[in-house]
Design a protein around this ligand. Structure first.
Ligand code: NAD
Length: 429
């Protein structure tokens, strides 16, 4: 999405879907503007003794349903617009699943693979120092996103607790289990996506063995959804990462691919040094070609804006499960629907991560950890219920799955906003 502003695109989609659903102007106006977005410069002492200044952001988008919640991304492409778009999507997502949260997001403009382990730790602590006044278990609760992980959350938690001089595990989720993290948080986004795809498959009578899948992005979200789909009998014929993609007509063994990636991580420290492309000797394709493969299910699980006006008409998969946030730009929603494509929207499909983050936060507040089976069962219950809510609207109101998910969310957010009084109420007084 080279020339479209990702934030304007996200706002326009909310306004478009909200207007057609008859959502009140007051609710739509509230969702046009983030509550607050912090921009901070982050000084970091580098290993050579110099100090570098990185730019970090934290956006609290809307908190009418609860404290704001959302991940922190480390990526060279992070901008304030991207962070605000991601925070708006979190606002919608938490409402779709019925979590007691608003939406937030954070990010640092950095290529973390260029940093040493100690530089990465100093950056993470510097970021937490910058946002510490505006996060907290009842205010704003960060979590991992692209190129951040449990260890980074652990450093940030430690920095926050050092500043506050008290144990506050509920300030951040996706942290290591030893520091109060939840069992099952690492796989939660992929598992949630798998549950949503399975629910859809049941309704549509999709047979796993005849549903070939291409997965873009082999990180936390992409790996787990690929692993679970393969285990359920879906052939995973293509996977990719930032360096490129590989294709095999007969499908890959996801666990052995992952094993190779982990070995390269052991070599490089925090991030994998190798690419899936170097791991196995199969046909190499580009990330763009992966999106256009003749498969039954396409799973973008990397970054936003990968399907836009330039390639939407080339997508052959009849179903796209958005595991990444915002992989499809708003301007092609209609064209894809007209072409008969079903899109399982990000705000439902990748909501497993924030759902288990919610369980983690509840466990921290209660001081009572859940078992892995318990976490998985509760995740399944929540997502199947959310899927049912969305499917009901999709069928009864004859709108796309995305529009149905947004309708569910906007009605919940709208009810909360309107409970504080509407224009009619105040004008009537
Ligand atoms: P990650 O850092 O674990 O993995 C990202 C993956 O994307 C890596 O394999 C990387 O090589 C690949 N990648 C990067 N640039 C790429 C490109 N240009 N083309 C193809 N692949 C590329 O991140 P993640 O947590 O798996 O996040 C992936 C997506 O899922 C993001 O959109 C994120 O916002 C979304 N998401 C993540 C979570 C979570 O809990 N981690 C929750 C909800 C949504």
């Amino acid at each position: 999405m080279a020339d479209t502003n990702v934030f304007e695109d996200a706002v326009a989609r909310v306004q478009r879907i909200g207007t057609s659903a008859g959502i009140r102007a007051e609710t739509l106006a509230a969702l046009r503007h983030p509550l607050a977005t912090l921009t901070a410069s982050l000084p970091v002492r580098m290993d050579d003794g110099s100090t570098r200044y990185f730019v970090g952001f934290r956006c609290r988008y809307n908190d009418v349903l609860g404290p704001t919640k959302g991940g922190i991304r480390y990526h060279p492409g992070v901008t304030i617009e991207e962070v605000q778009a991601l925070a708006l999507w979190m606002t919608v997502k938490c409402a779709v699943v019925g979590l007691p949260y608003g939406g937030g997001k954070g990010g640092v403009t950095v290529d973390p693979k260029q940093l040493s382990r100690l530089e990465l730790e100093r950056l993470s602590r510097s970021y937490m120092r910058a946002i510490a006044d505006s996060v907290g278990p009842d205010i704003d609760i960060p979590a991992p996103d692209v190129y951040t992980n449990a260890r980074i959350m652990g450093w940030m938690l430690n920095e926050y607790e050092t500043i506050r001089r008290e144990k506050t595990p509920g300030v951040i989720t996706g942290k290591p289990v030893g520091l109060g993290g939840s069992l099952g948080r690492d796989e939660a986004t992929g598992r949630g996506a798998f549950i949503v795809i399975q629910e859809f498959a049941k309704r549509r009578g999709l047979e796993p063995g005849k549903t070939r899948v291409a997965v873009q992005g082999f990180g936390n979200a992409g790996y787990h959804v690929a692993r679970l789909l393969q285990r359920a009998g879906y052939p995973i014929v293509a996977v990719s990462d930032s360096q490129g993609a590989i294709y095999s007509e007969n499908g890959f063994d996801i666990d052995s691919l992952y094993q190779h990636k982990q070995e390269s991580r052991a070599l490089s420290g925090v991030y994998c040094s190798g690419s899936v492309c170097e791991l196995v000797d199969h046909e190499r394709i580009t990330n763009a070609e992966l999106l256009e493969l003749d498969v039954e299910l396409l799973v973008p699980a990397a970054l936003e804006g990968v399907i836009d006006a330039n390639n939407a008409d080339k997508i052959r998969a009849p179903c796209i499960a958005e595991v990444a946030n915002g992989p499809i730009t708003g301007d092609v929603d209609e064209a894809l629907a007209d072409a008969g494509k079903v899109v399982l929207p990000d705000v439902l499909t990748n909501a497993g991560g924030v759902t288990v983050s919610y369980f983690e936060w509840v466990q921290n507040r209660q001081g009572y950890p859940l078992t892995l089976d318990d976490v998985r069962q509760r995740l399944s219950d929540r997502l199947v219920a959310a899927f049912d809510d969305v499917w009901r609207i999709h069928e009864s109101e004859e709108v796309s799955m995305r529009a149905a998910a947004y309708r569910v969310a906007l009605r919940r957010i709208g009810a909360a906003i309107e409970s504080q009084g509407t224009q009619e109420y105040f004008a009537g007084g």
